[in-house]
Design a protein around this ligand. Structure first.
Ligand code: HEM
Length: 510
């Protein structure tokens, strides 16, 4: 006789029969209201108010660890709509199905932690598959194929060797393939992952779940790992500000200063001047381009006098290298203070056509710490340079035309193919429910950008406020390079390894 029949949702009465006490009030006491979903191996019984004022979810049939040893709960059909629930050999309750229930209650296996009755491990794993929780093996694979390649490349300052390795093994496609498989296996996700010593992480895979993470009020961008990394060089940055009110003020300030309009004309000039320093004949390498782009970033952010201040960039890079180790590296306060002083020296001049000037002209509360926002701008300009460089490899760029609209589309295309922020991290600020499972406050939510369309600049209240400025700068960079040169990619390496990309250039015939 089958232990359980397939079926939908029912309301039921659980009548407890005489049995040795199990220590679970809901199973030792009198009649109880229950909601039941009968679906073979996946059948669930929710005893309403299963003790401690909480409902108790049971999975039938299945094993429970109990203080008297292992208990196997099974349900046996006795008559139409009547089931005997047995703990091992003992019949402990009768379950009388009444009416088909309306709607689908979200069964919560984490509510099942009655101290006297805990699911055995194999049952937890089986249930995990049902609920979108990934298995230990899947957790290992996610660690090895998604998280490790991100760390090996350097989360904040890219390491040449790590980037090369990741490109060689095509880490991005591997990660996407794994996520696609897990999405299918877990019914669309999100994936819920238990991380030792950290708690829970959730990876949204469907558009609606990604939206929820990026727009939801119960998620803060000031995630613990991000704070560990970014506080090495920008402890006052909006992105890692936890207090919601201060965050809102800093956000408004960033939005105001980073509008491209007030400095657009000067940005165009600066781009043209710096790109003119690159060769028009021979080989164009990343190191030549990067040096020119860093000069450009210093001019746009800090003013023209900062053009040759390589020391400020070196200090920033030292701190960024530490940031790659998150909390594992001690903070170098002396280096950070020296870096910040140098920045403030440039800001004081408030040169025309730079963000320093706009910053000086923008009124704000001192708590915002305007100067404390600047390290992020310098740091983030690196991503704009990497993106323009990768965009140069796109056939569409060579085919032309080289008008701003076309080049802007190429920049966006490069960002979609090779996002520069591989994971957008959030921490939950309240318990969140995912497919019936409640994850505690402080859990991580990680949007994997290469797997998710349309988020290279993120979305929602922490979306990149520098987006328009980035698009203006990168588009102008491409236009300036292509204006005077014919460009052809030399290596066949993946543009993911931007260090290894080289171009042959020769003067463009007019
Ligand atoms: C290709 C270039 C860039 C890309 C792809 C990019 C992308 C992003 C992304 C994905 C975020 C959200 C990060 C998160 O939630 O953890 C972000 C935030 C931010 N970006 Fe960008 N960014 C770029 C360049 C820039 C530049 C050049 C600036 C400034 C000049 C800038 C300013 C900011 C700021 C201030 C935030 C924090 C926003 C907040 O916390 O509300 N970004 N950016």
């Amino acid at each position: 006789m089958p232990t359980i029949t397939q079926g939908d949702l029912y309301t039921a009465t659980l009548e407890v029969v005489e049995h040795p006490p199990l220590g679970v009030p809901a199973l030792d006491g009198g009649p109880r209201e229950a909601v039941v979903r009968l679906a073979g191996e996946r059948s669930l019984v929710r005893i309403l108010d299963g003790g401690d004022g909480r409902d108790l979810d049971l999975v039938l049939p299945g094993g429970y660890r109990h203080r008297h040893g292992k208990v196997r709960l099974t349900a046996h059909r006795l008559a139409e709509g009547v089931f005997a629930i047995k703990a091992g050999e003992h019949r402990i309750a009768l379950l009388r199905l009444r009416d088909p229930a309306l709607g689908m209650p979200a069964f919560d296996p984490s509510g099942n932690h009655h101290p006297a009755l805990r699911p055995t491990r194999p049952m937890r794993w089986r249930r995990a598959r049902v609920q979108g929780r990934v298995s230990p093996w899947e957790t290992l694979r996610l660690g090895a194929e998604v998280a490790l390649p991100l760390l090996v490349q350097g989360a904040i300052l890219r390491w040449r060797l790590g980037v090369r390795l990741a490109a060689l093994i095509r880490a991005d496609s591997r990660a996407n393939r794994l996520l696609a498989r897990l999405r299918d296996r877990h019914d669309g996700g999100p994936l819920m992952i238990r991380i030792p010593l950290r708690g829970w992480a959730v990876i949204p895979l469907k558009e609606a779940d990604v939206r929820r993470v990026l727009h939801g009020a119960e998620f803060t961008p000031a995630n613990r790992e991000k704070r560990g990394a970014l506080s090495h060089f920008q402890p006052d940055a909006v992105l890692i500000t936890r207090d919601p009110e201060l965050r809102a003020q800093r956000r408004a300030f960033n939005e105001e200063v980073l509008r491209p309009e007030p400095i657009a004309q000067e940005v165009r000039q600066k781009v043209a001047q710096e790109m003119a320093t690159l060769p028009t004949e021979g080989v164009l390498t990343w190191s030549r381009f990067h040096a020119a782009h860093q000069r450009l970033a210093r001019r746009i952010v800090l003013g023209d006098s900062a053009r040759d201040d390589e020391a400020v960039t070196r200090l920033l890079d030292r701190l960024r290298a530490d940031a790659n180790w998150f909390y594992l590296r001690a903070r170098k306060t002396d280096v950070r203070v020296a870096f910040q002083r140098r920045i403030e020296g440039h800001l004081r001049r408030a040169e025309r056509g730079s963000l320093a000037r706009v910053l000086a002209q923008t009124r704000t509360d001192p708590a915002v710490h305007p100067e404390g926002q600047v390290p992020h701008w310098l740091f983030a300009y690196d991503a704009a340079g990497i993106t323009a460089w990768r965009a140069l490899t796109l056939p569409a760029v060579h085919a032309g035309p080289h008008d701003p609209e076309h080049l802007r589309a190429a920049v966006l295309e490069a960002l979609h193919r090779w996002p520069t922020t591989p994971a957008i991290l959030r921490d939950t600020t309240a318990p969140t429910r995912w497919r019936g499972v409640t994850l505690p406050e402080g859990s991580i939510a990680a949007v994997i950008t290469s797997f998710t369309d349309e988020v290279p600049f993120s979305d929602g209240p922490a979306a990149c406020p520098g987006k328009d400025l980035v698009l203006l700068t990168a588009t102008e960079v491409l236009a300036a390079i292509l204006r005077d040169r014919e460009v052809a990619a030399l290596s066949r390496r993946s543009p993911l390894d931007h260090f290894g990309v080289r171009f042959a250039v020769r003067p463009r015939e007019r």
